[in-house]
Design a protein around this ligand. Structure first.
Ligand code: PRP
Ligand code: URA
Length: 209
């Protein structure tokens, strides 16, 4: 699918299987989501521009590098929070914004309740983090808000995506790059991704019991 990059590294596939497994307990789910996110961070930043900087090794002068642009991570609450730690581990100077959205369970429309993002969005590469891209309503609303705040370079990073959600996000924001570990089959009648991994927020925070 256009604008969609699937990360199918063997380590990611292994971790995704643990996340999908209904018998995986909450503490392991959190740990594996964090580790998968570090692996994803590596893949979704591979084309970032570098700036040269002179450095001295203990032996001589040479050329070193820094990332040329600011990086902003924006998890969609709640489940996106589970991806921040893994990203920050490999991008320690990233700034972090937050977008609070949940889906109305009947209409499946996103309901917003919190926004806080850093100022430099216009000069940053912005990574929106959410494990699930289902109908695409939450993702589209999050991207719309970030564009309204000046973001121009936006990448949406998910763990599993439904074709319906990818199409919806692409339709409303054809300019953004979408990454996922797996493009799943479809949505069920409640808007859950099949085969999916269930309710990521509930599994992470133990609110499903
Ligand atoms: C989940 C998920 C996404 C959204 C995806 O959040 O983390 O944000 O649903 O669905 P969509 O693509 O159809 O909008 P949820 O609504 O369960 O919020 P919560 O984690 O805060 O409970
Ligand atoms: N929200 C979830 O937590 N899981 C899905 O499959 C869809 C939306």
């Amino acid at each position: 699918m256009k604008n969609l990059i699937q990360i199918d590294h063997p380590l990611v596939k292994r971790d995704l299987s643990v996340l999908r497994d209904r018998n995986t307990p909450g503490n392991l789910f959190r740990a594996v989501l964090r580790r998968t996110s570090s692996l994803l961070a590596y893949e979704v930043t591979r084309d970032l521009a570098l700036r040269r900087r002179p450095i001295r090794t203990p032996l001589e002068q040479t050329t070193g590098y820094t990332i040329a642009q600011h990086i902003v991570l924006v998890p969609i609450l709640r489940a996106g929070l589970g991806m921040v730690g893994g990203f920050v581990e490999v991008i320690p100077d990233a700034r972090v914004g937050h977008i609070g959205l949940y889906r109305n369970e009947e209409t499946l429309q996103p309901v917003d309740y919190y926004f806080k993002v850093p100022r430099q969005l216009g000069t940053s590469v912005v990574f929106v983090l959410d494990p699930m891209l289902a109908t695409g309503g939450s993702g589209s609303a999050a991207v719309q808000y970030l564009k309204g705040k000046g973001a121009r370079s936006i990448r949406f990073v998910s763990i599993v995506a439904a074709p319906e959600g990818v199409r919806a996000l692409r339709r409303s924001h054809p300019d953004i790059q979408i990454y996922t570990c797996a493009l799943d089959r479809t949505l069920d009648k409640n808007g859950y991704i099949l085969p999916g991994l269930g309710d990521a927020g509930d599994r992470m925070f133990g609110t499903n019991e």
